[in-house]
Design a protein. Structure first.
Length: 358
């Protein structure tokens, strides 16, 4: 055993989820968002599973270069664009598509060699106020892009929803209306929908959808699990029992003595902690799976270990497998215990945890 803790990612689940998204948005091409190490699932490994996807979306240039170095030939879109002239040249060299969302990036395009050609995605801010040109800027920006002539060989447009994970929030309808008013009169290829938009906003699917979380089998909606959307969770975070302790009544477990045994108890020590990406503040009672049965965390999560009350599971032995999330223990549920969202747990898995596609 090289490591007592590991990440297992199901290639079959990944491919199922891509097929499910194509089923929900049958007229749209799919840009698979694999930024942040494919939400903790392994950037290159996931991309190699999606050999028939229409494009990949990454946040920054090093992610795109890692895909190209691994032989990924599909279009790759830099979702934050490029930040200087050297990055622009690298994007050109590796045939990367770039998002342009601000004056500085537009100026970089204007300064590019006259014989350079780019596929550009123009980002329009329809209300999220993060990246993108404001609606009143769009006409002037388009005039400058038109003046670039052949340097922009393809122009596409996109926006990003602020509240698509809350389907009843009128914000999304306002964003769609604003985007339509700005772009609906041209024959551009357009993109609006993230994972939540794919499932909640079918009228906004347009020519491209940009799923991230849903590709990994996880729901973007707080009130639903991924399985309820027809998705299959792709990740299992699995560890091992490395010790068993007999804890007498009223004795404490872990730093700070935040949990005391209500009776003579049996406690399993698991090789998993915040050094592996588990939140330190997971409360006592957070479930894990041992032999397919649930048992509750006790005491504080430490850097490399956590403790679980297995008094009701006398068959547990050192060396047994422990599922921290995955399968019948959804990551969405663990995120709720942690007071966070599944995105943060998935992206937070430490690079020291070995990962395998299974």
């Amino acid at each position: 055993m090289i490591s007592p803790i590991r990440v297992e990612v199901s290639a079959a689940a990944l491919r199922h989820n891509l097929a499910r998204i194509r089923q929900v948005a049958p007229s749209s091409r799919v840009m698979a968002v694999v930024k942040a190490n494919a939400y903790g699932h392994g950037l290159v490994q996931v991309a190699q599973c999606f050999d028939d996807v229409d494009a990949f979306g990454v946040a920054r240039l090093p992610e795109a270069l890692a895909l190209r170095a691994a032989g990924v030939r599909q279009p790759v879109v830099l979702l934050e664009g490029v930040f200087d002239a050297a990055q622009l040249i690298e994007a050109l060299r590796h045939q990367l598509q770039i998002i342009v969302h601000c004056e500085e990036q537009l100026a970089l395009l204007e300064q590019a060699p006259a014989d350079a050609t780019f596929t550009v995605w123009l980002k329009i801010d329809t209300g999220m106020n993060r990246l993108g040109f404001r609606p009143e800027q769009v006409r002037a920006v388009l005039q400058r892009i038109d003046a670039l002539g052949g340097r922009v060989s393809v122009l596409r447009v996109l926006t990003h929803f602020a509240s698509a994970d809350e389907p009843e929030d009128p914000m999304t309808a306002r964003q769609v209306a604003s985007f339509d008013a700005l772009t609906g009169q041209r024959s551009w290829e357009r993109s609006l929908c993230n994972s939540a938009g794919v499932f909640a906003q079918p009228a906004a699917h347009a020519q491209w959808v940009r799923p991230g979380l849903a590709l990994y089998g996880v729901s973007p909606f707080t009130e639903l699990l991924g399985t309820q959307l027809g998705l299959v969770p792709a990740m299992r975070l699995v560890s091992t029992v490395i010790a068993l302790r007999t804890v007498r009544k009223w004795e404490c477990v872990g730093y700070g003595c935040t949990w005391r045994a209500p009776c003579d108890s049996r406690v399993a020590i698991i090789a998993a902690g915040y050094g592996d990406g588990l939140p330190r503040m997971l409360p006592s009672g957070t479930p894990v799976l041992l032999g397919g049965r649930r048992a509750g965390l006790v005491g504080r999560v430490s850097m490399d270990m956590l403790a679980v009350d297995v008094t009701a599971a006398p068959a547990v032995r050192v060396g047994d497998e422990v599922v921290l999330w995955g399968g019948s223990l959804p990551v969405e549920e663990i995120a709720a215990h942690a007071g966070t969202i599944a995105y943060e747990l998935l992206c937070g898995v430490s690079q020291r945890v070995p990962l395998a596609i299974v």
